[in-house]
Design a protein around this ligand. Structure first.
Ligand SMILES: [Zn+2]
Length: 312
């Protein structure tokens, strides 16, 4: 029995829309059953395209496959692939809310490391995460990539520079990376800071831009300040705040309790050549700009705006 399937051609196979299952396509009506393995249907001319295919699906093989044609582009929903599978679990959200409620009940005693169920793994003025850097072996998300750079290489440069500047200015910093992420069932570490930022570069397959993710409305004032500061120099596109669920429920938020804000900062899009070319020489400079922002938020250190990037 033959049916129609829609999917994207990926490495010569078909990634089905409905199931995310990758299927091999054979033109032969009963390909896997014949003694000689028949050639796969050549989908190379459709690589990366969204197509309709007719055929009979058995397991991961589509027999008697026939391409009906490309599917017309629909309005593309950006999907921040740099954050695919990076959301907080319901358990983590519940744990975080419990910490927040308990702290609030303790007359907002946010300056102290508390004992017992509210013990923290560390406290500081700020926490900065280099997104994807030192990801676990089970976590295959190494982030966005382009022809001129990889997110996983760029985020530690920004993070290291921001940390160096802040610490020299007397602001305490917890510097972390993707090793913060845990398996489900392991709640992982939790830190108490005034403000936390999680550094990323976007890459969604479409043209995006800079954006900010956060899980509380109370984070918005800080987000607005970052947008104002970065917009002094950033002349490319801004996406709406929390433009994907992954931004809104980023796993990093499960590991911080903040008195000011916690923000996922997408510093630009690695799928847009103009943006990535602008970003590449400015990674340390971005660290300085983030340091300025964080210093201002915590009211410590007086780290200045670095001003326009100077080629040295
Ligand atoms: Zn990322």
């Amino acid at each position: 029995m033959s049916d129609e399937y829609a999917g994207v051609v990926k490495d010569g196979n078909l990634l089905l829309d409905d199931t995310d299952k990758v299927v091999e396509t054979y033109s032969h009506p009963d390909a896997p059953m014949v003694a000689e393995t028949p050639e796969k249907l050549d989908l190379s001319e459709y690589e990366g395209e969204h197509i309709n295919v007719k055929g009979s699906l058995y397991g991961n093989q589509l027999w008697g496959a026939e391409v009906l044609g490309p599917i017309a582009d629909v309005e593309e929903t950006p999907n921040s692939s740099c954050l695919e599978g990076e959301q907080m679990s319901p358990e983590q959200i519940a744990r975080k809310r419990a910490y927040e409620d308990a702290l609030e009940a303790q007359d907002e005693n946010l300056g102290l490391t508390t004992a017992g169920p509210l013990a923290f793994d560390g406290t500081a003025d700020v926490l900065i995460q280099a997104g994807h850097f030192r990801h676990h072996s089970w976590d295959h998300n190494t982030g966005a990539e382009s022809s001129i750079g990889r997110e996983i290489d760029w985020t530690p440069i920004v993070t290291d520079e921001a940390t160096r500047i802040l610490e020299e200015a007397g602001v305490s910093v917890i510097k972390t990376d993707a090793s913060l992420k845990t398996h489900s069932g392991d709640p992982g570490k939790i830190f108490k800071v005034s403000i936390a930022v999680f550094i990323h570069f976007d890459g969604s397959g479409g043209v995006t831009g800079a954006s900010i993710g956060y899980d509380h409305d109370s984070d918005k004032p800080a987000a607005d300040v970052w947008k104002e500061i970065f917009s002094r120099y950033w002349n490319f596109r801004w996406m709406d705040d929390n433009y994907t669920d992954a931004e809104h429920f980023y796993y990093g938020f499960a590991h911080t309790i903040t008195s000011d804000a916690e923000l996922l900062l997408e510093l630009g899009d690695l799928d847009t050549i103009q943006q990535e070319q602008w970003l590449k020489p400015r990674l340390k400079w971005l660290g300085a700009l983030v340091a300025h922002f964080l210093s201002q938020r915590v009211g410590k250190g007086n780290v200045p705006d670095p001003g326009p990037f100077q080629v040295t």
